[in-house]
Design a protein around this ligand. Structure first.
Ligand SMILES: Cc1ncc(COP(=O)(O)O)c(C=O)c1O
Length: 395
Protein backbone atom coordinates (compact mmCIF):
# COMPACT_ATOMS: atom_id res chain seq x y z
CA UNK A 1 0.00 0.00 0.00
CA UNK A 2 2.74 2.46 0.98
CA UNK A 3 6.27 1.21 0.55
CA UNK A 4 8.65 1.49 3.52
CA UNK A 5 11.01 3.57 1.31
CA UNK A 6 8.32 6.13 0.48
CA UNK A 7 7.23 6.30 4.11
CA UNK A 8 10.84 6.88 5.18
CA UNK A 9 11.37 9.57 2.55
CA UNK A 10 8.10 11.21 3.56
CA UNK A 11 9.05 11.23 7.24
CA UNK A 12 12.44 12.74 6.39
CA UNK A 13 10.98 15.64 4.41
CA UNK A 14 7.45 16.56 5.53
CA UNK A 15 6.31 17.96 8.87
CA UNK A 16 4.26 15.29 10.62
CA UNK A 17 1.03 17.30 10.59
CA UNK A 18 -1.24 14.58 9.14
CA UNK A 19 -2.32 11.16 10.40
CA UNK A 20 -2.08 9.58 6.96
CA UNK A 21 -3.62 6.27 5.92
CA UNK A 22 -1.04 3.74 4.74
CA UNK A 23 -1.61 4.12 1.01
CA UNK A 24 0.19 5.99 -1.78
CA UNK A 25 -2.13 7.04 -4.59
CA UNK A 26 -0.86 7.53 -8.09
CA UNK A 27 -3.73 7.92 -10.53
CA UNK A 28 -7.49 7.90 -10.79
CA UNK A 29 -10.52 7.92 -13.08
CA UNK A 30 -14.07 8.77 -12.12
CA UNK A 31 -14.56 7.83 -8.47
CA UNK A 32 -11.78 5.24 -8.51
CA UNK A 33 -8.22 5.94 -7.32
CA UNK A 34 -5.29 3.65 -8.04
CA UNK A 35 -2.31 3.16 -5.74
CA UNK A 36 1.35 2.72 -6.65
CA UNK A 37 0.90 -1.05 -6.80
CA UNK A 38 -2.09 -0.85 -9.15
CA UNK A 39 -4.74 -1.59 -6.51
CA UNK A 40 -8.05 0.22 -7.03
CA UNK A 41 -10.06 2.09 -4.40
CA UNK A 42 -13.55 3.51 -4.71
CA UNK A 43 -13.14 7.01 -3.34
CA UNK A 44 -15.95 8.14 -1.04
CA UNK A 45 -13.90 11.13 0.12
CA UNK A 46 -12.87 12.87 -3.14
CA UNK A 47 -9.88 14.55 -1.49
CA UNK A 48 -12.15 15.87 1.31
CA UNK A 49 -14.86 17.12 -1.01
CA UNK A 50 -12.52 18.59 -3.62
CA UNK A 51 -12.66 16.37 -6.71
CA UNK A 52 -16.29 17.21 -7.38
CA UNK A 53 -16.12 15.85 -10.94
CA UNK A 54 -14.05 12.84 -9.89
CA UNK A 55 -10.57 12.01 -11.16
CA UNK A 56 -9.44 12.96 -14.65
CA UNK A 57 -12.73 14.36 -15.90
CA UNK A 58 -11.92 14.78 -19.62
CA UNK A 59 -13.43 18.26 -19.98
CA UNK A 60 -11.85 19.57 -16.79
CA UNK A 61 -8.45 18.14 -17.74
CA UNK A 62 -8.65 19.61 -21.24
CA UNK A 63 -9.57 23.08 -19.93
CA UNK A 64 -6.76 23.04 -17.36
CA UNK A 65 -4.18 21.71 -19.83
CA UNK A 66 -5.16 24.21 -22.49
CA UNK A 67 -4.96 27.15 -20.11
CA UNK A 68 -1.65 25.95 -18.60
CA UNK A 69 -0.13 25.77 -22.08
CA UNK A 70 -1.43 29.23 -22.97
CA UNK A 71 -0.82 31.35 -19.85
CA UNK A 72 -0.29 29.68 -16.47
CA UNK A 73 -0.23 32.76 -14.25
CA UNK A 74 -0.34 36.52 -14.31
CA UNK A 75 -0.34 38.72 -11.27
CA UNK A 76 -3.48 40.47 -10.15
CA UNK A 77 -1.89 43.70 -11.37
CA UNK A 78 -3.26 42.79 -14.81
CA UNK A 79 -6.64 41.78 -16.16
CA UNK A 80 -7.33 38.15 -16.99
CA UNK A 81 -10.28 37.42 -19.31
CA UNK A 82 -10.48 33.85 -17.93
CA UNK A 83 -10.66 35.14 -14.35
CA UNK A 84 -13.25 37.80 -15.23
CA UNK A 85 -15.46 35.31 -17.10
CA UNK A 86 -15.30 32.85 -14.20
CA UNK A 87 -16.00 35.56 -11.58
CA UNK A 88 -19.08 36.65 -13.53
CA UNK A 89 -20.32 33.08 -13.89
CA UNK A 90 -19.76 32.44 -10.18
CA UNK A 91 -21.55 35.63 -9.07
CA UNK A 92 -24.43 34.81 -11.42
CA UNK A 93 -24.75 31.23 -10.17
CA UNK A 94 -24.36 32.27 -6.53
CA UNK A 95 -26.74 35.24 -6.96
CA UNK A 96 -24.13 37.43 -5.28
CA UNK A 97 -22.76 40.87 -6.19
CA UNK A 98 -18.96 40.51 -6.04
CA UNK A 99 -16.29 37.92 -5.37
CA UNK A 100 -12.73 37.89 -4.05
CA UNK A 101 -10.73 34.92 -5.27
CA UNK A 102 -8.09 33.23 -3.11
CA UNK A 103 -6.66 29.75 -2.77
CA UNK A 104 -8.31 27.99 0.15
CA UNK A 105 -11.23 27.88 2.52
CA UNK A 106 -9.29 29.50 5.32
CA UNK A 107 -8.30 32.36 3.05
CA UNK A 108 -11.89 32.84 1.89
CA UNK A 109 -12.96 33.05 5.54
CA UNK A 110 -10.16 35.54 6.34
CA UNK A 111 -11.59 37.75 3.62
CA UNK A 112 -15.12 37.36 5.02
CA UNK A 113 -13.93 38.36 8.51
CA UNK A 114 -12.02 41.39 7.22
CA UNK A 115 -15.00 42.43 5.11
CA UNK A 116 -17.42 42.23 8.05
CA UNK A 117 -15.14 44.29 10.28
CA UNK A 118 -14.51 46.88 7.58
CA UNK A 119 -18.23 47.22 6.84
CA UNK A 120 -18.93 47.84 10.49
CA UNK A 121 -15.99 50.23 10.91
CA UNK A 122 -17.07 52.32 7.94
CA UNK A 123 -20.63 52.59 9.21
CA UNK A 124 -20.32 52.58 13.00
CA UNK A 125 -16.67 53.35 13.78
CA UNK A 126 -14.34 51.45 16.11
CA UNK A 127 -15.35 48.88 18.70
CA UNK A 128 -18.06 47.02 16.80
CA UNK A 129 -15.85 44.19 15.63
CA UNK A 130 -16.85 41.01 17.46
CA UNK A 131 -17.97 38.00 15.49
CA UNK A 132 -20.26 35.41 17.01
CA UNK A 133 -19.59 31.85 15.86
CA UNK A 134 -21.05 28.50 16.82
CA UNK A 135 -19.54 25.93 19.15
CA UNK A 136 -18.16 22.91 17.31
CA UNK A 137 -17.61 24.92 14.10
CA UNK A 138 -14.57 24.72 11.86
CA UNK A 139 -13.35 27.59 9.72
CA UNK A 140 -9.69 26.90 8.93
CA UNK A 141 -6.12 26.67 10.15
CA UNK A 142 -4.75 30.20 9.95
CA UNK A 143 -4.39 31.97 13.29
CA UNK A 144 -7.54 34.02 12.71
CA UNK A 145 -9.70 31.21 11.32
CA UNK A 146 -8.59 29.01 14.22
CA UNK A 147 -9.73 31.81 16.52
CA UNK A 148 -13.05 31.77 14.63
CA UNK A 149 -13.34 27.99 15.09
CA UNK A 150 -15.57 27.07 18.03
CA UNK A 151 -13.65 24.08 19.33
CA UNK A 152 -11.36 24.43 22.33
CA UNK A 153 -9.05 21.72 21.03
CA UNK A 154 -7.94 24.14 18.29
CA UNK A 155 -7.20 26.94 20.74
CA UNK A 156 -3.88 25.68 22.02
CA UNK A 157 -0.17 26.34 21.53
CA UNK A 158 -0.40 29.14 18.99
CA UNK A 159 -1.19 32.05 21.28
CA UNK A 160 -1.94 34.85 21.01
CA UNK A 161 -4.94 34.28 18.73
CA UNK A 162 -6.85 37.04 16.97
CA UNK A 163 -9.26 38.71 19.39
CA UNK A 164 -12.96 39.29 18.96
CA UNK A 165 -14.56 35.87 18.52
CA UNK A 166 -17.17 34.45 20.85
CA UNK A 167 -19.22 31.29 20.58
CA UNK A 168 -22.77 30.21 21.24
CA UNK A 169 -24.42 26.82 21.13
CA UNK A 170 -25.47 25.78 17.63
CA UNK A 171 -29.22 25.61 17.15
CA UNK A 172 -30.03 27.63 20.26
CA UNK A 173 -31.70 30.95 19.38
CA UNK A 174 -31.99 32.08 23.01
CA UNK A 175 -28.26 31.62 23.52
CA UNK A 176 -27.57 33.79 20.49
CA UNK A 177 -29.96 36.51 21.68
CA UNK A 178 -28.33 36.49 25.13
CA UNK A 179 -24.88 36.89 23.58
CA UNK A 180 -26.13 39.75 21.41
CA UNK A 181 -27.65 41.51 24.39
CA UNK A 182 -24.52 41.00 26.50
CA UNK A 183 -22.36 42.39 23.70
CA UNK A 184 -24.75 45.11 22.57
CA UNK A 185 -23.04 47.45 20.12
CA UNK A 186 -19.87 45.34 19.93
CA UNK A 187 -20.86 42.67 17.40
CA UNK A 188 -20.55 43.06 13.63
CA UNK A 189 -21.35 39.57 12.33
CA UNK A 190 -22.52 36.01 12.91
CA UNK A 191 -20.54 33.25 11.21
CA UNK A 192 -21.71 29.66 10.73
CA UNK A 193 -21.75 26.50 8.63
CA UNK A 194 -25.20 25.18 7.61
CA UNK A 195 -23.86 21.67 8.19
CA UNK A 196 -20.89 21.48 10.54
CA UNK A 197 -18.60 19.26 8.52
CA UNK A 198 -15.40 18.69 10.50
CA UNK A 199 -17.54 18.98 13.64
CA UNK A 200 -19.28 15.68 12.75
CA UNK A 201 -21.76 16.35 9.92
CA UNK A 202 -24.29 18.25 12.03
CA UNK A 203 -27.00 20.06 10.03
CA UNK A 204 -28.58 23.25 11.38
CA UNK A 205 -32.38 23.34 11.47
CA UNK A 206 -34.11 25.43 8.82
CA UNK A 207 -36.04 27.42 11.46
CA UNK A 208 -32.80 28.17 13.34
CA UNK A 209 -31.09 29.52 10.23
CA UNK A 210 -34.12 31.66 9.43
CA UNK A 211 -34.13 33.04 12.98
CA UNK A 212 -30.41 33.87 12.80
CA UNK A 213 -31.03 35.70 9.52
CA UNK A 214 -33.81 37.70 11.17
CA UNK A 215 -31.70 38.61 14.22
CA UNK A 216 -28.88 39.77 11.93
CA UNK A 217 -31.29 41.90 9.88
CA UNK A 218 -32.72 43.56 12.99
CA UNK A 219 -29.26 44.62 14.18
CA UNK A 220 -27.49 45.24 10.87
CA UNK A 221 -25.12 42.35 11.54
CA UNK A 222 -23.62 40.57 8.58
CA UNK A 223 -24.45 36.89 8.26
CA UNK A 224 -21.32 35.08 7.06
CA UNK A 225 -22.01 31.55 5.88
CA UNK A 226 -19.09 29.20 5.42
CA UNK A 227 -19.96 26.92 2.50
CA UNK A 228 -16.40 25.71 2.04
CA UNK A 229 -17.49 22.10 2.49
CA UNK A 230 -21.22 22.33 1.73
CA UNK A 231 -21.10 24.61 -1.33
CA UNK A 232 -20.76 23.95 -5.06
CA UNK A 233 -23.59 21.44 -5.23
CA UNK A 234 -22.52 19.12 -2.42
CA UNK A 235 -25.96 19.07 -0.76
CA UNK A 236 -28.01 18.97 -3.96
CA UNK A 237 -28.35 22.76 -4.20
CA UNK A 238 -25.57 25.14 -5.18
CA UNK A 239 -25.46 26.32 -1.55
CA UNK A 240 -26.73 24.48 1.53
CA UNK A 241 -28.42 27.66 2.79
CA UNK A 242 -30.84 27.48 -0.14
CA UNK A 243 -32.56 24.59 1.67
CA UNK A 244 -33.46 27.07 4.43
CA UNK A 245 -34.65 29.77 2.04
CA UNK A 246 -32.21 32.36 3.36
CA UNK A 247 -29.50 34.48 1.76
CA UNK A 248 -26.34 35.46 3.68
CA UNK A 249 -24.51 38.76 3.28
CA UNK A 250 -21.23 36.96 2.69
CA UNK A 251 -20.62 33.36 1.64
CA UNK A 252 -17.32 31.54 1.39
CA UNK A 253 -16.45 28.62 -0.86
CA UNK A 254 -13.41 26.48 -1.68
CA UNK A 255 -12.92 22.69 -1.94
CA UNK A 256 -15.26 21.36 -4.67
CA UNK A 257 -15.47 24.66 -6.54
CA UNK A 258 -12.09 24.10 -8.19
CA UNK A 259 -12.61 20.43 -9.00
CA UNK A 260 -9.09 19.65 -7.77
CA UNK A 261 -7.04 22.85 -7.99
CA UNK A 262 -6.65 25.28 -5.07
CA UNK A 263 -9.37 27.90 -4.95
CA UNK A 264 -11.13 29.99 -2.36
CA UNK A 265 -13.96 32.44 -2.99
CA UNK A 266 -15.50 35.04 -0.73
CA UNK A 267 -18.73 36.34 -2.23
CA UNK A 268 -20.81 39.26 -0.98
CA UNK A 269 -24.10 40.87 -1.86
CA UNK A 270 -24.27 43.96 -4.05
CA UNK A 271 -24.64 46.34 -1.10
CA UNK A 272 -21.19 45.25 0.18
CA UNK A 273 -19.56 45.50 -3.24
CA UNK A 274 -17.34 48.47 -2.37
CA UNK A 275 -16.43 47.69 1.24
CA UNK A 276 -12.97 46.43 0.29
CA UNK A 277 -10.88 48.95 -1.63
CA UNK A 278 -7.62 48.76 -3.58
CA UNK A 279 -4.71 47.47 -1.50
CA UNK A 280 -6.88 46.22 1.37
CA UNK A 281 -6.76 42.57 0.46
CA UNK A 282 -4.94 40.42 -2.05
CA UNK A 283 -3.40 37.10 -2.95
CA UNK A 284 -0.59 36.35 -5.38
CA UNK A 285 -2.22 33.21 -6.72
CA UNK A 286 -5.87 34.19 -6.17
CA UNK A 287 -7.91 33.87 -9.35
CA UNK A 288 -5.09 32.12 -11.18
CA UNK A 289 -6.17 31.51 -14.82
CA UNK A 290 -5.52 27.74 -14.77
CA UNK A 291 -7.56 27.35 -11.58
CA UNK A 292 -10.35 29.53 -13.00
CA UNK A 293 -10.41 27.52 -16.24
CA UNK A 294 -10.95 24.32 -14.23
CA UNK A 295 -13.49 25.90 -11.88
CA UNK A 296 -15.44 27.19 -14.89
CA UNK A 297 -15.93 23.58 -16.00
CA UNK A 298 -17.22 22.71 -12.51
CA UNK A 299 -19.75 25.58 -12.71
CA UNK A 300 -20.82 24.58 -16.21
CA UNK A 301 -21.37 20.99 -15.11
CA UNK A 302 -23.37 22.01 -12.03
CA UNK A 303 -25.60 24.12 -14.29
CA UNK A 304 -26.45 21.20 -16.58
CA UNK A 305 -30.13 20.23 -16.32
CA UNK A 306 -30.65 17.46 -13.81
CA UNK A 307 -27.11 17.53 -12.37
CA UNK A 308 -28.09 18.77 -8.91
CA UNK A 309 -31.20 16.58 -8.86
CA UNK A 310 -28.93 13.61 -9.49
CA UNK A 311 -26.81 14.65 -6.49
CA UNK A 312 -29.97 14.68 -4.37
CA UNK A 313 -31.05 11.26 -5.67
CA UNK A 314 -27.62 9.67 -5.18
CA UNK A 315 -27.44 11.25 -1.72
CA UNK A 316 -30.79 9.76 -0.81
CA UNK A 317 -29.68 6.35 -2.08
CA UNK A 318 -26.47 6.64 -0.04
CA UNK A 319 -28.46 7.60 3.06
CA UNK A 320 -30.90 4.70 2.69
CA UNK A 321 -28.18 2.13 2.08
CA UNK A 322 -26.08 3.40 5.01
CA UNK A 323 -29.06 3.43 7.37
CA UNK A 324 -29.72 -0.24 6.60
CA UNK A 325 -26.16 -1.36 7.37
CA UNK A 326 -25.13 -3.24 10.49
CA UNK A 327 -23.82 -1.07 13.34
CA UNK A 328 -24.99 2.19 11.74
CA UNK A 329 -26.94 3.92 14.51
CA UNK A 330 -27.68 7.17 12.67
CA UNK A 331 -27.07 8.82 9.30
CA UNK A 332 -26.82 12.62 9.13
CA UNK A 333 -26.29 15.20 6.41
CA UNK A 334 -27.71 16.17 3.04
CA UNK A 335 -27.10 15.19 -0.56
CA UNK A 336 -23.65 13.70 -1.00
CA UNK A 337 -22.42 14.95 2.37
CA UNK A 338 -23.24 12.24 4.87
CA UNK A 339 -22.03 11.07 8.24
CA UNK A 340 -22.72 7.68 9.83
CA UNK A 341 -22.71 7.20 13.60
CA UNK A 342 -21.52 3.72 14.54
CA UNK A 343 -22.69 1.74 17.55
CA UNK A 344 -19.61 -0.46 17.53
CA UNK A 345 -15.93 -0.05 16.65
CA UNK A 346 -14.27 3.26 15.86
CA UNK A 347 -14.62 5.21 12.65
CA UNK A 348 -10.84 5.18 12.18
CA UNK A 349 -10.70 1.39 12.53
CA UNK A 350 -13.54 0.96 10.03
CA UNK A 351 -11.89 3.40 7.60
CA UNK A 352 -8.63 1.43 7.81
CA UNK A 353 -10.40 -1.86 7.16
CA UNK A 354 -12.29 -0.30 4.24
CA UNK A 355 -8.96 0.80 2.81
CA UNK A 356 -7.74 -2.80 2.88
CA UNK A 357 -10.95 -3.79 1.11
CA UNK A 358 -10.56 -1.13 -1.62
CA UNK A 359 -12.60 1.81 -0.33
CA UNK A 360 -11.51 5.28 0.80
CA UNK A 361 -13.77 6.79 3.46
CA UNK A 362 -13.28 9.81 5.71
CA UNK A 363 -13.92 10.26 9.38
CA UNK A 364 -15.15 13.31 11.29
CA UNK A 365 -14.84 13.13 15.06
CA UNK A 366 -16.34 9.69 15.86
CA UNK A 367 -18.29 9.38 12.60
CA UNK A 368 -17.64 7.87 9.23
CA UNK A 369 -17.92 10.66 6.69
CA UNK A 370 -18.83 10.43 3.03
CA UNK A 371 -18.09 13.14 0.44
CA UNK A 372 -17.90 11.21 -2.84
CA UNK A 373 -17.46 12.96 -6.20
CA UNK A 374 -20.74 14.54 -7.30
CA UNK A 375 -20.39 12.57 -10.53
CA UNK A 376 -20.10 9.18 -8.85
CA UNK A 377 -21.95 6.50 -10.82
CA UNK A 378 -24.48 4.03 -9.44
CA UNK A 379 -22.02 1.22 -10.10
CA UNK A 380 -19.24 3.00 -8.19
CA UNK A 381 -21.59 3.77 -5.31
CA UNK A 382 -22.71 0.14 -5.08
CA UNK A 383 -19.16 -1.17 -5.32
CA UNK A 384 -18.06 1.08 -2.43
CA UNK A 385 -21.13 0.35 -0.32
CA UNK A 386 -20.60 -3.40 -0.66
CA UNK A 387 -17.05 -3.05 0.68
CA UNK A 388 -18.29 -0.93 3.59
CA UNK A 389 -21.09 -3.37 4.39
CA UNK A 390 -18.73 -6.34 4.41
CA UNK A 391 -16.46 -4.49 6.89
CA UNK A 392 -19.33 -3.48 9.15
CA UNK A 393 -20.66 -7.04 9.20
CA UNK A 394 -17.47 -8.29 10.79
CA UNK A 395 -17.37 -5.71 13.62
C1 LIG B 1 -16.36 24.52 6.73
C2 LIG B 1 -14.90 24.69 6.45
N1 LIG B 1 -14.36 25.91 6.46
C3 LIG B 1 -13.06 26.11 6.20
C4 LIG B 1 -12.22 25.05 5.95
C5 LIG B 1 -10.77 25.29 5.66
O1 LIG B 1 -10.53 25.10 4.30
P1 LIG B 1 -9.03 24.97 3.76
O2 LIG B 1 -8.46 23.72 4.31
O3 LIG B 1 -9.19 24.96 2.26
O4 LIG B 1 -8.30 26.18 4.23
C6 LIG B 1 -12.73 23.76 5.94
C7 LIG B 1 -11.86 22.61 5.69
O5 LIG B 1 -12.15 21.48 5.98
C8 LIG B 1 -14.11 23.56 6.19
O6 LIG B 1 -14.66 22.34 6.20
Amino acid sequence: MVSPELKKQHDGALMPTYGRFPVALESGRGAVAVDTQGKEYVDFGSGIGVNSLGYADPEWVAAVQEQAAKLQHISNLYYSPVQVAFAHALCRTAKMGRVFLGNSGAEANECAIKLARKYSFDKYGEGRSKIIGLRNSFHGRTVTTLAATGQDSFHQYFYPFTEGFLFVEAGNVTGLIDALVENEGAVCAVMLECIQGEGGVIPMEKAYLQEVRKLCDERDLLLLIDEVQTGAGRTGRFFAYEHAGIVPDVVTMAKGLGGGLPIGACLCTERLADVMGPGMHGSTFGGNPVVCAGAQIVLDRLAQPGFLDAVTEKGEYLRTRLAAMPHVAQVRGMGLMRGAVLDKGTAREVAERCLEGGLLVLTAKTLLRFLPPLTITQEELDRGLEILESVLKTL
